[in-house]
Ligand binder design. Structure first.
Ligand code: NAP
Length: 462
């Protein structure tokens, strides 16, 4: 058995249901709040009153880091999901169940056992606001979700036991999904592994599936990266390729096997938006999605490409930047550069497209030939010029000045003709692989709430 960890807002029944569940499984129950009280020799209201929430969170982090790795049911405090370190400890070798309940139910339960307030808001408002703030973190924490609004503790524990034994994917659906994957270009060893996890004799119903959605996506390094991260963080998950010309068919299969998430690549970054229930603000402004998280029976789309572009540029706030290209990745780049307070000029082969993106993003724009009038500190290439097998650079060598930083978003080859020329000219350079590393890190955090150091990702990809 893996550890069973119960997450959820206060009043969703973690302690009461966890106690019943542990009894029925014949294992101990451990409540992290009780553990903090025992270890600190103070009650939680006392810690909040005499110190503050920050002190409580420190004690909580210490208690969670010391939790045993054995058969046990663990009930957690409502706010543990906000800390990536907590998530790393709690998710290891565990099946994680998110308990939810309606606001009125939570209010009624809390009135019976008052806890220290988290805000100065009236009770109902506080519950709604804190749950909304933590919504995506709770989603990241969940392997399974159980609504406890209308259940007794015995019933809720029974539901969890059912999920642990049977999972959420009925056998005929597993068979149908296995057939669907068999008809895709998934390489034979990957296909066999997936078939065995879906329908093999010893398959674990708790295994969660994720994957990259694209056509084609055989080149994607995400399966290697994510599966290695699952091993490292001891997550019972498998990452595969959803390779099909129809994004609707991919989304249907992903929903049918209760997938935890998808990385979305060409040519679906725009089309997938029509298949989602919720889209985050940045992705809506960029007009593209590269990450889908499934939770609460819904699909939530976001864009981590812009964060992957922004991260390596953190030291360039306020720079004068030229962005070459006005396509999909240029939109994410424009959003990232504007977010860093840069003065951005978009130059494109087709100036009208530069104009459209510039107007949407609050940038200046021009034609390709305007480069020599811009005198930038930073140049970002968001065109495919220099991508294998092309050997050209988007700029002439004499346009590169040693004071410039040159960021080429093209990553095949890792060192492009533009990067080679920029290094020769004495420029600082950033290669396109950096975007993949940082956007994948953000994706992993969205899927599981865990923050992977980029050194770990670099090691895996090396
Ligand atoms: P896209 O939507 O097709 O846009 C391509 C852009 O490049 C357009 O603005 C296009 O100009 C311009 N362009 C194409 N060929 C050109 C040429 N020969 N000379 C000058 N401009 C040219 O493509 P995308 O999705 O934005 O991807 C662009 C490149 O970014 C890809 O090739 C890939 O290497 C890279 N990329 C990197 C990452 C990463 O993680 N590092 C992620 C995504 C993409 P027009 O408007 O005139 O057609």
């Amino acid at each position: 058995m893996r550890r069973i960890v119960l997450f959820g807002y206060r009043g969703t029944g973690k302690t009461a249901i966890g106690t019943v569940l542990a009894r029925r499984l014949g294992v101990p129950f451990l409540d992290t709040d009780a553990l903090i009280e025992q270890q600190s020799g103070r009650t939680i209201p006392e810690i909040f009153r005499k110190d503050d929430e920050e002190r409580f969170r420190t004690l909580e982090r210490e208690a969670i880091a010391g939790l045993p790795a054995r058969d046990i049911v663990i009930g957690t405090g409502g706010g543990v999901v906000m800390d990536p370190k907590n998530m790393e400890h709690l998710r290891a070798q565990s099946t994680c169940v998110l308990l939810t309940a309606e606001i009125a139910t939570i209010r009624r339960r809390l009135a019976r056992a008052p806890r220290p307030p988290l805000t100065s808001l009236p009770a109902d408002q506080e519950i709604a606001e804190v749950i909304a703030r933590r919504r995506h973190n709770y989603a990241a924490a969940a392997d399974f979700c159980v609504d406890t609004s209308r259940t007794t503790n015995e019933e809720a524990a029974g539901r969890i036991l059912g999920l642990l034994e049977h999972g959420t994917i009925p056998a005929p659906v597993r068979e149908a999904a296995a057939k669907w994957f068999a008809a895709t270009p998934l390489p034979a060893p990957e296909r066999e592994q997936l078939q065995s996890l879906l329908t093999g004799p010893g398959h674990d119903p708790r295994t969660r599936f994720l994957g990259v959605a694209g056509w084609p996506c055989g080149h994607s390094r995400s399966p290697l990266l994510f599966n290695r991260l699952f091993e490292k963080y001891q997550l019972d998950c498998h990452y595969t390729r959803f390779e099909d010309p129809s994004i609707s068919a991919i989304m249907e299969t992903a929903r049918s096997i209760d997938a935890k998430g998808l990385s979305v690549t060409i040519p679906f970054k725009q089309d997938v938006m029509a298949c989602l229930d919720e889209i985050d603000d940045a992705a809506r402004q960029i007009g593209a999605i590269n990450t889908v998280v499934f939770a609460y029976g819904e699909a939530y789309g976001c864009n981590t490409d812009w964060l992957g572009i922004k991260k390596p540029l953190a030291g360039h706030k306020g720079a004068r930047a030229v962005l070459l290209g006005a396509g999909g990745v240029a939109a994410a780049a424009a959003y990232a550069l504007m977010d860093l307070g840069m003065e951005v000029t978009i130059l494109n082969r087709t100036p009208e497209k530069a104009r459209a993106l510039a107007e949407r993003s609050g940038c200046r724009w021009g034609a390709w030939d305007d480069f020599d009038r811009t005198n930038p500190d930073l140049v970002v290439n968001a065109t495919p010029v220099g991508m294998q097998p092309d050997t050209k650079s988007p700029l002439r060598d004499d346009q590169l000045k040693k004071e410039m930083t040159v960021f080429d978003l093209v990553y095949t080859p890792p060192v492009t003709p533009l990067i080679t020329a920029a290094r020769k000219a004495g420029c600082a350079t950033i290669i396109g692989t950096e975007v993949f590393i940082h956007q994948a890190r953000e994706q992993f955090r969205l899927f599981f709430g865990i923050d992977v150091p980029d050194t770990v990702i670099r090691e895996i990809l090396a």
